[in-house]
Ligand binder design. Structure first.
Ligand SMILES: [Cu+2]
Length: 114
């Protein structure tokens, strides 16, 4: 993704202190990864992602149609992503997160954080 794209950085379930850039840098130094899920052909790819709690996930929409990645239980929501846009979320707690697209509810994916 290029820097021209609108970038969103969304954090959920964090304290205000944890949202500080310095803390985010410390988390990165501790070895947390950023994973990527592409949205293409009305599918989340990969459709099931295994990762560690504390890792980030960047959703990138490559389709002409707008999409979202919205957790079934409200743990995260990228909001509307138009073509070429991306949004990054942080999964803080281990668990299985099932998500869908608000515009196309048949589009589903899963994040398994351990
Ligand atoms: Cu969609």
């Amino acid at each position: 993704m290029t820097t021209q794209n609108r970038r969103q950085f969304l954090k959920f379930g964090l304290t205000a202190a944890a949202a500080l850039p310095l803390i985010a840098t410390a988390a990165k130094a501790a070895g947390h990864k950023t994973h990527q899920i592409e949205i293409s052909g009305h599918k989340f790819q990969p459709n099931a992602l295994k990762m560690e709690a504390g890792d980030k996930v960047m959703f990138v929409n490559l389709d002409g149609a707008p999409h979202t990645a919205t957790d079934d239980n409200g743990a995260f929501d990228t909001g509307r992503l138009n073509k070429g846009e991306d949004a990054t979320i942080v999964i803080e707690k281990a668990g299985t997160y099932s998500f869908f697209c608000k515009f196309h509810p048949g589009m589903r994916g899963q994040i398994i954080a351990s």
